[in-house]
Design a protein around this ligand. Structure first.
Ligand SMILES: *[C@@H]1O[C@H](CO)[C@@H](O)[C@H](O)[C@H]1NC(C)=O
Ligand SMILES: *[C@@H]1O[C@H](CO)[C@@H](O)[C@H](O)[C@H]1NC(C)=O
Ligand SMILES: *[C@@H]1O[C@H](CO)[C@@H](O)[C@H](O)[C@H]1NC(C)=O
Length: 479
């Protein structure tokens, strides 16, 4: 080939690369700068913000609830490094419980009563990387944990036999004229079996339907099913069915209860489908001081999304045996623009969950991603593993580093561009232990999970009626 031809081809390639932004630091770049100085400063501020009631607003039928990280709600200050270890310990328990539940659902009804639901947090831990939103039930302001991996919404209730500490007053059905107990013979009581794995229990009193949700790790809530007026932003939901929890164990970080956003009839999304069309979305903020995100109920009729890239959609994979979960078909993962190769892509569904922290990948996929990451993020001194995270570096002498961008591809050309804040896990505040924030499953046939860490600064929209899910980059904020 003549040298001028080579020159022309090389110039053309260079122009292409430049126009694709490979050499820029914009939204499309294959690397993102992680500033370690800034992180250290932010993370060393261990004071928690006020636990004042979070904000909400309603516009054109869409309700926007301020979403915060639970650490900033509970108001308890733990040593940060200690807290991180605990976050990951409870994450291990949650993932084990999801795997057990899926196995028992697929292999038919087995005796696994204590493992029929997903823990939102380990009973041992006060803190998890979970998210809370405000809601008003029977006129009472409540702060509840958001969970797309379970269905029944519940709050701690008076008179309470066993309740954990919460800063907000307990919900008292006696003080509310809109509260009604749900009778045993009702459709809602029948739905409990599918929604929670435990059927409704009828005692001597046929006007009461008792529920139980067990969370695998020993945490549980028990009480009676009731209906009440729920206010989401300014949108009222009459006769909302929820659990009035009289016996609740497990430290739910001081939240008054939990909002179930799963797919069954009893979930908040199903119960409000006439108002919000079965559509909700969230933007999960980082744990930095003062950061907040939003849970939006309803579609985008009033430009409530602040996404900086267009939405890309993938269809939800339907599995009749696991119909309360949200499953997607992951077809590839690229690291710094390089596609990784693994036999498991496109084989089985991957679960997307707001309650799991670190994404779990089948071993073949994890290995491919890790190898490519190590190839590109080279020259940094290694550091020991941190809990389930086995790819760690000592970056204490660096002010900033360039981290290869990880992108997950889904059936239908949808793409989740993992934000840099969700790519690495800063295990030590002095940056002497910074880890790739992904973990491997033990076995190839276990179910992969996209955790909340990898969903940070992304608008994730769930359209349950159209059975599709979309991703777009967004810097989370409530205002
Ligand atoms: C509940 O919160 C809203 C919004 O912050 C506030 O306006 C209202 O006064 C609160 N209600 C009660 C009963 O505390
Ligand atoms: C995932 O998508 C790929 C590509 O469209 C397809 O070949 C494969 O069958 C799908 N897998 C599942 C489990 O739906
Ligand atoms: C990290 O690297 C620094 C600088 O080389 C060193 O002083 C320190 O001991 C290392 N820390 C760990 C935990 O390995």
């Amino acid at each position: 080939m003549a040298s001028w031809e080579t020159f022309l081809i090389l110039s053309a390639i260079l122009v292409l690369l430049l126009s694709n932004g490979v050499f820029s630091y914009g939204q499309n770049s294959q690397k993102e700068v992680l500033s370690l100085k800034k992180l250290e400063w932010q993370l060393s501020t261990t004071k928690t913000s006020s636990s004042s009631f979070q904000k909400s607003r309603t516009k054109n039928g869409v309700t926007v609830l301020e979403m915060r990280h639970k650490d900033y709600y509970s108001g308890v200050i733990l040593d940060r490094n200690q807290r991180l270890k605990k976050h990951l310990q409870s994450d291990i328990i949650r993932v084990q419980s999801i795997q057990d539940r899926i196995k028992s659902l697929i292999s038919g009804p087995v005796e696994a009563k204590s493992q029929t639901q997903i823990p939102i947090t380990s009973g041992l831990n006060l803190h998890t990387l979970n998210y809370v939103v405000p809601a008003t039930l029977g006129g009472r302001n409540m702060t509840v944990i958001v969970d797309t991996g379970s269905d029944l919404t519940w709050v701690q209730c008076q008179p309470c036999r066993i309740c954990y500490n919460q800063p907000e007053p307990l919900f008292d059905p006696k003080l509310s004229s809109s509260y009604q107990a749900i009778p045993c013979k009702s459709q809602a009581c029948q739905s409990l079996q599918f929604a929670t794995g435990n059927s409704g229990l009828c005692g001597g009193d046929a006007s009461v339907c008792n529920y139980e949700v067990s969370y695998g790790d020993g945490s549980y809530t028990r009480g009676e099913l009731g209906s009440e007026r729920l206010l989401l932003g300014t949108i009222p939901v009459e006769n909302f069915v929820f659990g009035c929890g009289r016996n609740n164990k497990g430290l739910f970080g001081g939240a008054s209860g939990l909002m179930g956003l799963g797919r069954s009839d009893l979930s908040l999304i199903s119960q409000t489908s006439d108002k919000f069309d079965g559509i909700f979305s969230y933007c999960l903020p980082t744990t930095d001081m003062g950061s907040s995100g939003s849970l939006i109920l309803g579609g985008d009729s009033s430009s409530s999304y602040k996404n900086s890239t267009p939405f890309s959609y993938t269809k939800m994979v339907l599995n009749p045996q696991l119909a309360t979960f949200y499953f997607l078909n992951v077809t590839g993962i690229s690291v710094g623009g390089v596609s990784t190769q693994a036999s498991s892509f496109g084989k089985s569904g991957i679960l997307i969950d707001s309650g799991t922290v670190i994404s779990r990948l089948p071993p073949s996929i994890y290995k491919a991603v890790k190898d490519e990451f190590l190839k590109q993020f080279s020259g940094y001194p290694p550091a020991p593993s941190f809990s389930i995270l086995d790819t760690c570096f000592n970056l204490s002498t660096y002010d900033e580093v360039e981290v290869p961008t990880i992108k997950m591809q889904f059936e239908g050309d949808a793409e989740l561009v993992v934000d840099v804040s969700g790519t690495v896990y800063i295990a030590k505040t002095d940056a002497s232990q910074v880890c790739l924030a992904l973990a491997s499953l033990t076995f190839e046939d276990e179910v992969g999970i996209i955790g909340n860490f990898q969903q940070r600064n992304t608008r994730v929209i769930y359209d349950t009626k159209m059975s599709k899910l979309g991703f777009a980059s967004e810097t989370c904020s409530f205002s």
